[in-house]
Design a protein around this ligand. Sequence first.
Ligand code: CA
Length: 485
Amino acid sequence: MPMKPLFLILTSILLATTLARAAEKRPNIIFVMADDMGWGQTGYRGHPVLKTPNLDAMAANGLRFDRFYAGSPVCSPTRASVLTGRSPDRTGVLTHGDALRRQEKTIAQALKTAGYVTGHFGKWHLNGYRGPGAPILRDDPMSPGTFGFDEWVSVTNFYDQNPLMSRQGEITEFKGDSSDIVVDEALKFIEKHCAGDQPVFTVIWYGTPHSPFRALPEDKAAFAALDAASADHYGELVALDRSVGVLRAKLREWGIADNTLVMFNSDNGGLPKIQPETVGGLRGFKGTTFEGGIRVPAIMEWPAVIQPRVTSYPACTMDLFPTVADILGLPREVMVQPVDGKSLKPLLTQEMGPRQQALPFRYGSKAAWVDDDYKLVTEDLKKDQFMLYDLKQDPQETHDLSAETPERFAAMKAAFLKWNEAADASFAGKDYPEGRVSPPDPESLAWYESEAYRPYIEGWKNRWEYQSYLNGSPKGKGKKAKKED
Ligand SMILES: [Ca+2]
């Protein structure tokens, strides 16, 4: 009989060691997101004037997605989809400036509970404020801290050169290009924690290449032949690419690159009016549910697991939380259900077959339903005018198949309309334990029209990034805010 306890002891030691090793092996995770970078704006896709050597190197060393979708054709909703794994309409974030509901559950909360140290750096845009990026106030009830981030250096919305940012409420003025600044802050956070016991979850949300367009002279020097706005826009992408290079180099210098999962993607499609064009020949731009509005550059790098490869598997920002939850074995309850994304974990090591779960998109009256190679799309849901495209044969969405393949068209439309009803029910609060939205969604407003920011207006009104908002007529301010959100 003495053998049995010994056997049990050895087994439990072995189990404990295995678990400890598994815990040791949990990857650091870094989510990096550009703001308004179009599908065509990388060197690796053959852009005619923009060079992105660092994104190219990342793509060559990781999983490059050629059909990756932002959860929405505009920014705040996509950010909500990254954090929750859900279609943004379910989370209350219908458009830019809407607040994420505190009833939602975020990936930062899940990872914090699982033992990660969590940090957010850059654009937030989930606290209900419109207008150019302002430092997030310490007592903001919808700050990154509320949603699971231990440390943050963040702004309400887009930010550019020499920004004011908020270090957990402490307002700080920075000098230089915003991409260099935000990566520098994120790296300080990673360096501080990476040698500790906890794995690190870092979110870096750039303000680039969103308007206003303002690049450092050396960054836009290569674009002297372009119009001024385009030269600055592309110059900002040069800085973004450089900062990706700094991030990757530091992870290697600190010996943590191998077991760090770095995801790079944009938050919506490219902008119109920029030359050369931003969407790589796709139809539509930011704000539309055609491919140009939602298909974005995306790369996942994790050297310990991913062999370099290009995939055309259709994937989405809604898949990121389910993927991480799957990798770490987190329970289903970490996400509010239903979740619209799907784990991409199998894709990290081999191709997955046709995508079984369609990707839903809804933005105001526009919508799309991407079912593997086929796409149902409408510019006006209420008018009941849907088009059907075969993205494999016709990525530019030029040849409407709805009349030619009526059965497929009818089946996809029925599936979408069923999802659409479920999304309405989610929006009404059905997914929460309370069965309703509580507290009610705040009305989104420009921060400079809020009580909370009133004490700061006088001191900020002559700053270059705020002056057109803070010194104009109220009517003009409203227009400007709407245009630039
Ligand atoms: Ca954006």
